[in-house]
Design a protein around this ligand. Structure first.
Ligand code: 5AD
Length: 465
């Protein structure tokens, strides 16, 4: 049977989509190639969030096409995901060596289309149509692939986003918000746990909006039919009801989710951290800017004060909670004063980590045509200043772990050094320790001895004799 190699760009949702496509192909008998050079089919699952991500995938495809033309003329080349969705057939017009362009609502058709291409039934396939219920079509998992995936799994709970932040291309690439039903999600999680998974991360572009758009009565029916949601939680937001339902699964040890929107972080969600022991004390809460004026231009729907009060509530509900964020620097019209408000907010909150993005104009987004687009040099300079600050804070926070005992879930051997094993703390920090196969999938306590850059080094012997 033919072999396939999938390279993934972008977020965890994209990782999850690639995994589902790989699982689909494996179920049909395809094998997973070790490298693109030996594969019969090479798929690039793309990201459109910034121009840089798109350029990377396009350059990669150009290189693949060049090699294929010389030495592997039968190799099938395809683009999947966000850039495929937003650029469509233009990608084949630009590079005719590309055979397949598959949008974000069509991942479940990948195997069928690849079969057709390999069999020579069709020369090119572009499918970026919307498809009803596609949000529930990403369900296959590849648990026997890498050791790591068998312990911890991602489950997609919704697709799309209706927030329409002015900088963001996601509404165009992922479409309107559509949520799966709670019984459907719980069934997938149960199956994963029965196959050995101990940690589940619930995924969506805006998970705090889970179920909001769906008709009330439709929800009522699906919930009652499944008997999955406890009547005691009916007054809570649909997302918290989902957390409660997943929390009931025996054998599941840890629950995480990403990404929430600060605006959707109601008190019921804050309280869930204190109430649900399996919900890990870590939250990735995208801030984007510390200036109210810029937040308004971004159409974020909250203020600096609201964000600060959310962080305070979370820390009160769950002391020690790890809080990470995303920040954009150089948004159109951002002044030095606006940027300093972002710096001061970071000093105040002391994020455990922050991902910083230089603003990148995205086609057909309102921000791309706003006045006062900033020169690249200003974006670079602010990026560097903010990076220095958040790294300094993060390093201090890492050092504070030295000497502490933490619980980790062991994922498997470290990629860089197979003698070392890697696990994650509940607040989502990576810990390396001298382990062996018997530790895999175990929850264990380790004592943190030292820190590296964004890593902790632990000693299990001290506490697990
Ligand atoms: N330019 C720069 N960064 C962006 N992000 C989203 N859109 C853009 C853009 N146009 C960042 C946001 C988001 C993260 C996933 O990517 O910070 O939270």
């Amino acid at each position: 049977m033919p072999s396939v190699f999938i390279k993934t760009y972008g977020c965890q949702m994209n990782e999850r989509d690639s995994e589902a496509v790989a699982a689909q192909l494996v179920a049909k008998g395809y094998s997973l190639a070790k490298s693109e050079a030996t594969a019969d089919v090479v798929l690039l699952n793309t990201c459109s969030v910034r121009d840089f991500a798109e350029q990377k995938a396009m350059n990669k495809m150009k290189n693949l096409a060049g090699t294929a033309r010389k030495s592997r003329p039968d190799q099938i080349l395809g683009y999947l995901g966000c850039m495929a969705q937003s650029r469509g057939k233009e990608l084949i017009e630009k590079l005719p060596d590309v055979d397949l362009v598959l949008g974000t609502q069509k991942f479940h058709r990948a195997a069928e289309y690849i079969d057709e291409l390999l069999a020579g039934k069709r020369a090119k396939i572009v499918d970026i149509e919307a498809e009803a219920k596609s949000e529930a079509a990403i369900r296959e998992h590849l648990l026997n692939g890498s050791a790591k995936t068998s312990v911890s799994a991602f489950v997609s709970i919704m697709q799309g986003c209706n927030q329409h932040c002015t900088f963001c291309i996601v509404p165009a690439t992922r479409g309107e918000e559509r949520s799966r039903t709670i019984p459907d999600i719980v069934a997938e999680c149960r199956e994963l746990v029965s196959r050995g998974v101990r940690e589940i991360t619930l995924l969506g572009q805006i998970v705090t909006s889970f179920g909001r758009k769906e008709k009330r009565d439709e929800w009522q029916v699906t919930r009652d039919a499944g008997g999955i949601v406890s009547p005691d939680t009916r007054h809570l937001s649909p997302f918290v009801q989902l957390l409660d339902a997943v929390h009931e699964i025996d054998g599941l040890e840890r629950i995480r989710f990403t990404s929430p929107h600060p605006k959707g972080y109601g008190d019921d969600l804050v309280e869930a951290y204190a109430r649900l022991p399996k919900l890990c004390e870590s939250a990735h809460i995208p801030l984007q800017s510390g200036s109210d004026r810029i937040l308004k231009l971004m159409h974020r729907g909250y203020t600096r004060e609201k964000f600060l009060s959310l962080v305070e509530k979370l820390r009160r509900a769950k002391p020690g909670i790890g809080i990470t964020t995303d920040i954009i620097v150089g948004f159109p019209g951002e002044t030095e004063e606006d940027f300093e408000l972002t710096l001061s907010l970071c000093r105040e909150v002391q994020f455990d980590n922050a991902y910083i993005f230089k603003y990148s104009e995205r086609r057909d987004t309102p921000a791309a045509t706003m006045p006062d687009q900033l020169p690249q040099a200003v974006r670079e300079e602010r990026n560097e200043r903010l990076l220095n600050l958040v790294n300094e804070i993060a390093a201090r926070k890492y050092d504070a772990f030295i000497g502490r005992q933490v619980q980790i879930l062991v994922e498997g051997p470290s990629k860089k050094n197979a003698a070392r094993y890697t696990g994650r703390t509940r607040c989502n920090r990576i810990v390396l320790f001298d382990g062996s196969a018997r530790h895999q999938g175990q929850l264990m306590d380790v004592k943190i001895e030292r820190t590296g850059s964004f890593t902790l080094y632990g000693d299990p012997a001290v506490v697990n004799l």
